[in-house]
Design a binder for this molecule. Structure first.
Ligand code: CP
Ligand code: NVA
Length: 302
């Protein structure tokens, strides 16, 4: 079993993982080491703070040894194939996580590995992030089903995974993005097949109106740097600020996967305000990573 897309998980899988993540949170320090003696290879083609540290600490607290592998320092960077890298790593470790530019790379890794592979962010999806977002929502609201989500900004990798998760879990999502940066038809189609009805609009206020959760992300994702000037120009009004938050439900929360570009997609006032759940969300990366690793790697034997 791999976790490449959030849609690799059923509703039941997600609920079970969130229950497990919450148990890991509550029992931190005395939950035991179910992965004792195991190893995890973590391949990174891009920088990371949360994903790297949360996975590494999660592994350590589960008794698992995690290896940080910068893609440039692997033979991968000198042309060894993704397939051969997957085959070789599978002889050593019990699981592989990979943060990659192209989604194809993580799909290919999974296709050739004989141990579980987890997408730690690609240009198409960020499933680990969404599990942490869902845990955060669950901590703040009685149930996920029926929650109204408003996504403000780029229809990117994080947005894609959130759209699919909404469809799987019966949440409503409205995405407000500028023309040309809206979620791709392929994701909207996939969400519809999963039973979702994602809405795409142009006006941030329309996505924010009565939302329970406002979510945003950087206007310039890793890999999009060449378009920075154009993106900063186009995204100007897609900002989660106090005015936009006022249009959401009274007890709405604001989420951001981080890193934030304060003053661009989100203001200090919201990030540091009483409705912000962004640091719980960051913490939950670790608890949800434990749940994913314990589930997938618990069955992986050598
Ligand atoms: N949210 C997230 O994935 O952060 P990093 O890029 O720091 O890992
Ligand atoms: N969309 C962002 C998320 C960073 C965690 C990126 O891909 O850079």
């Amino acid at each position: 079993m791999n976790l490449i897309s959030i849609a690799d998980l059923s509703k039941e899988d997600i609920i079970r993982l969130l229950d497990s993540a919450e148990a890991f949170r509550v029992r931190r320090g005395h939950h035991g080491e179910p992965l004792q003696g195991k190893s995890l290879a973590m391949i990174f083609e891009k920088p990371s703070t949360r994903t790297r540290v949360s996975l590494e600490v999660a592994a350590s607290e589960l008794g698992c040894h995690a290896l940080y592998l910068s893609a440039n320092e692997l033979q991968l960077g000198r042309g060894e194939t993704v397939a051969d890298t997957a085959r070789v790593l599978s002889r050593y470790v019990h699981g592989i996580t990979a943060r990659v530019f192209s989604h194809k790379t993580v799909v290919q890794l999974a296709g050739h590995a004989s141990v579980p592979v987890v997408n730690a962010l690609s240009d198409w999806e960020h499933p680990l992030q969404i599990l942490a977002d869902l845990q955060t929502m669950r901590q703040r609201f009685p149930k996920l089903e029926g929650l109204r989500l408003g996504w403000i900004g780029d229809g990117n990798n994080v947005c894609n995974s959130l759209i699919l998760a909404s469809a799987i879990l019966g949440m409503e999502i409205t995405v407000a993005s500028p023309q040309g940066y809206q979620p791709k038809a392929q994701i909207l189609e996939e969400a519809k097949k999963l039973g979702g009805r994602p809405k795409v609009v142009a006006e941030p206020a329309e996505a924010a109106r009565d939302a329970d959760v406002l979510v945003t992300d950087t206007w310039v994702s890793m890999g999009d740097e060449a378009q920075e000037a154009e993106r900063l120009r186009v995204f100007g009004k897609y900002q989660v600020n106090a005015n936009l938050l006022r249009q959401a439900a009274e007890d709405a929360i604001a989420l951001h996967c981080l890193p934030a570009h304060r003053g661009q997609e989100i203001t200090d006032e919201v990030m540091d305000g009483p409705q912000s759940a962004v640091f719980d969300e960051a913490e939950n990366r670790m608890h949800t990573s434990k749940a994913v690793m314990a589930w997938l790697m618990g069955q992986s034997e050598k």
